[in-house]
Design a protein around this ligand. Structure first.
Ligand code: NDP
Length: 306
């Protein structure tokens, strides 16, 4: 029996090496050179060609090579009975938290204002810190760590999630309390999974409900944001700026208006890149669990889409 790596969107070599380092006896085939389709029981995927997994008649488990599974669920040909697992990893969390901290601190300490002042030879000591309260949309594996680290640094933070939760150490708003959540904050960080409910959630109607001048950080998925609503939200004063790591079309087309807008900081989807060495042990562990009929780790709920 074997594992197949199907990742036209990621270099498979580091994954192959990392998996073999964990268990050299594994039989691993790599797309597109998969010689024995019948042997494949587990597929490790990143942006696989839609419908391709149907070629594995004995497939029993699909594992994302990252934290998100939207790239898998968007393939309508994946049989519903197949379990899907994802990566939850300390290194991935650490990098994501550091990225969000960078965005929050740069806004709070006004790095972009001082960069402009430097360009113009201005020495202005007035109002050096913006008073902030940070709202994290999605307090799961990644967002939860951001909340903890921001609180440790002494920032006011609150969270927003799907379900009601009790006994948390921070103020929390459930899905139906979105307006209350937005009225309580002036930095909005999107760390939601992309699902049919969350797609397009960052739109002008939501921005209108934000405190004037709210700063947006989107590290989740490009499809969370209605891109054409962002610049109007700046013009109306609903938002004052944004830091974006993800986009509807990646790489971001060179003609896109975001490149030249000084209110937008952008990075090329690097907030947190899965490290094969860090993630390989849990992939192998899940393969062993599958083989031994044990419960899987980090399995997503197909109905909830995350
Ligand atoms: P988790 O599944 O651990 O957490 C998801 C959170 O979102 C939970 O708090 C959940 O609520 C909440 N949520 C889900 N649906 C809704 C909804 N409709 N309304 C409100 N809240 C909702 O995900 P992770 O933290 O591991 O990852 C989040 C996302 O980050 C990934 O899906 C991926 O898209 C993105 N990502 C981006 C990377 C990058 O480099 N830019 C790297 C890695 C991940 P509840 O707690 O109630 O269940």
């Amino acid at each position: 029996m074997s594992i197949a790596i199907v990742s036209p969107g990621k270099d498979p070599k580091p994954w192959l090496e990392a998996l073999r380092q964990v268990d050299s006896s594994l039989d691993i085939q790599v797309y597109p050179q998969i010689e024995d389709l019948k042997k494949v029981e587990m597929a490790l995927v990143w942006q696989h060609p839609p419908g391709f997994l149907r070629n594995f008649p004995h497939l029993k488990l699909i594992s994302s090579l990252g934290a998100g599974v939207d790239h898998i669920l968007s393939d309508s040909e994946i049989p519903h009975h197949l379990p899907i697992v994802r990566i939850v990893d300390e290194k991935l969390t650490w990098s994501m938290t550091n990225y969000v901290l960078m965005g929050v601190l740069n806004f709070h300490r006004q790095l972009y204002r001082y960069q402009k002042d430097k360009d113009n030879g201005i020495w202005d000591m007035s109002n050096p810190e913006i008073s902030i309260k940070v709202g994290i949309m999605g307090v799961g594996a990644l967002g939860g760590d951001v909340v903890d680290k921001l609180m440790y640094l002494g920032f006011e933070v609150c969270g927003y999630g799907l379900n009601d939760k009790k006994s948390l150490s921070f103020p929390y708003f459930a899905k139906h309390q979105l307006d209350d959540f937005l009225s309580d904050i002036n930095v909005l960080v999107c760390m939601l999974p992309l699902t049919s409910e969350t797609e397009g959630i960052l739109n002008i109607t939501l921005f209108q409900k934000c405190n004037p001048g709210t700063y947006l950080i989107n590290v989740a998925r490009g499809k969370h944001l209605i891109e054409e609503d962002l610049i109007p939200a700046f013009e109306e004063g609903y938002l004052s700026g944004a830091m974006l790591d993800v986009f509807r079309v990646e790489p971001l087309p060179r003609t896109h208006a975001y490149w030249s807008d000084s209110r937008i900081q952008l990075t090329p989807h690097i907030a947190s890149v899965t490290n094969p060495k860090a993630a390989a042990p849990q992939i192998v562990e899940n393969y062993k669990r599958l083989t031994n009929g044990l419960p899987l780790q980090h399995q997503i709920n197909r109905v909830k889409e995350y």
